[in-house]
Design a protein around this ligand. Structure first.
Ligand SMILES: Cc1cc2nc3c(=O)[nH]c(=O)nc-3n(C[C@H](O)[C@H](O)[C@H](O)COP(=O)(O)OP(=O)(O)OC[C@H]3O[C@@H](n4cnc5c(N)ncnc54)[C@H](O)[C@@H]3O)c2cc1C
Length: 466
């Protein structure tokens, strides 16, 4: 007699949910995904994919700015001057691409035999998920409901002038004077992108520098580029309110100043989508900010109920959400599983230039938490960077003091998101600087600076410590 199939019900079809569904289906489970918007989730439909699509156009525009220096003459000299972005076409492309990506995800899960219910789901009790009046029983439930943009108290985004990142792509035009409130990753990315597209951008930062939680050297490079390209960066300026004026917006700062512009984009954090879905009633604990509490194999406090992705607040990245979802399924379906390791997550901030990081941080080293040596090589002296016509950026490597094992790195460069893989591999495989130094890099190439950094770190310092 064959064993009955394990029933898995997943609430939320973003990377946390759909990647889990694929693993569970592969392992023979009977899988249902309940998704109220569209497969791919906010990641595909409103957040990650749309923003990176906008930034793809913006990067090309930024690259075009340097074409004169590379010896290219256009018949119409101002072909790439500000204002050349065709905003309706850019937004239409973004919406089309997001829909197409969502359809690809839907087709993939359908091929694997996953059932999808387009509705809102809630946990009725452990082992039972309610969709309207219907109750679905499950051996395993995964909650992957994501998060949504936080709003400033008293400011209601209207989708016309006062905007969250999810309302940008329905605008009829490019914001001429965009005020971005918040200088974290999302704020910095949009400020960079819209500036390259031709908006006059003011970035309102409550902190001394933009990207306060990132590598300080990297943040300084990016802030320097922002200012040089004409962005107004208001540091130590906390926005307390934003409102519409007759023809635009006005943002009030804590110190009494006001900033005026055509549009205001609020990027002041994300709130977990965990309210009204029956968590407390089912014994699923949330922290004081509403994030679901999970262990490293994605278990909540309720038996048989797992959670993955932004609703857990572990690290708001699509890759982390997907890994948490897969781990939940491997664990619940009895497979060997390695608990989530955040030390090796590669992440990128898609500004111009990009900042890519992996492994330990400068802060870990400076605070003495990790005993490491570091080297930082500016890309200004890299031959390929010169040929490509840029000078803002660097490669930084952290290696264990005596053994020389690579512990982490930071790359600031165009397409740093692609370049970081070599460092990620080194961290994951515990390669030493000697091994990197003996690896061939192409000449000329930006990755040549990674092997050069490793060469500079080759001699271990024998100071008696480990
Ligand atoms: C502007 C922006 C840019 C980003 N860029 C990147 C990037 O470049 N790289 C990166 O790795 N990450 C990026 N992120 C983060 C990334 O988007 C998230 O980490 C990722 O979406 C998390 O996936 P998730 O599955 O947890 O949630 P989501 O993608 O938010 O999906 C959750 C889904 O659950 C559904 N849902 C919620 N409640 C219910 C319910 N009760 N019933 C049914 N369905 C429900 C929602 O409709 C949604 O579709 C970005 C985020 C933002 C805001």
């Amino acid at each position: 007699m064959s064993q009955p199939r394990t029933r898995v019900v997943i609430i939320g079809g973003g990377p946390g949910g759909y990647e889990a569904a694929l693993v569970a289906a592969q392992l023979g489970a009977d899988v249902t995904v309940i998704e109220e918007s569209g497969l791919g989730g906010s990641c595909v439909l409103s957040d990650c994919v749309p923003s990176k699509t906008l930034i793809a156009t913006a990067s090309l525009m930024a690259a075009m700015e340097g074409t004169k220096d590379l010896g290219i003459r256009f018949d119409h000299d101002d072909a790439f001057a500000g204002g050349a972005a065709d905003a309706p076409r850019i937004y239409a492309r973004i919406r089309d691409l997001a829909r197409a990506q969502s359809a690809d995800v839907a087709a993939r899960v359908a091929r694997e035999g996953v059932r999808v219910i387009n509705a809102r789901g809630r946990l009725a009790r452990p082992g039972v998920v309610a969709v309207g009046d219907t109750e679905l029983t499950a051996d395993t439930v995964l909650i992957a409901t994501g998060a949504h943009p936080r709003e400033l108290p008293g400011v209601v985004p209207d989708g016309e002038r006062l905007l969250t990142n999810r309302q940008l792509y329905d605008l009829p035009e490019l914001p001429s004077e965009l005020i971005v409130v918040g200088s974290g990753v999302t704020g910095a990315e949009f400020a960079s992108g819209f500036q390259a597209l031709g908006s006059q951008v003011t970035l309102v930062s409550s902190r001394e520098h933009v990207l306060p939680h990132e590598d300080a050297d990297a943040a300084m490079v990016v802030e320097g580029v922002f200012r040089r390209r004409g962005m107004t960066v208001l540091s130590k300026s906390r926005a307390v309110s934003a409102s519409r004026t007759a023809d635009g917006v006005e943002v009030s700062l804590e110190d009494g100043r006001t900033v005026r512009g055509s549009h205001c984009l609020l990027t002041v954090g994300m709130v977990p989508s965990t309210e009204g879905i029956g968590l407390a009633e089912s014994g699923v604990a949330v922290d004081e900010r509403g994030f679901i509490m999970v262990d490293r194999v994605s278990r909540t406090f309720a038996p048989g109920v797992y959670a993955a992705g932004d609703c857990t607040g572990v690290w708001m990245l699509a890759s982390v959400a997907a890994m948490q979802g897969r781990i939940a399924m491997w664990h619940s379906l009895g497979e060997a599983v390695q608990p989530l390791r955040l030390q090796h997550v590669a992440a990128t901030i898609f500004t111009e230039p990009e900042i890519a990081t992996v492994g330990v941080s400068q802060q870990d080293v400076d605070s003495g938490k990790v005993l490491a040596r570091a080297v930082m090589l500016p890309l200004a002296t890299n031959a390929r960077a010169k040929m490509d016509g840029f000078s803002d950026g660097f490669v930084k490597l952290f290696v264990r003091r005596n053994s020389g094992i690579v512990l982490g790195g930071v790359i600031v460069a165009p397409r740093a998101s692609e370049l970081i893989l070599g460092v990620s591999l080194a961290v994951e495989q515990q390669l030493t600087v000697d091994e990197i130094a003996h690896t061939f890099a192409v000449y000329p190439s930006l990755t040549g600076s990674i092997t050069e950094a490793a060469r500079q770190l080759m001699q271990p310092v024998d100071d008696g410590s480990r």
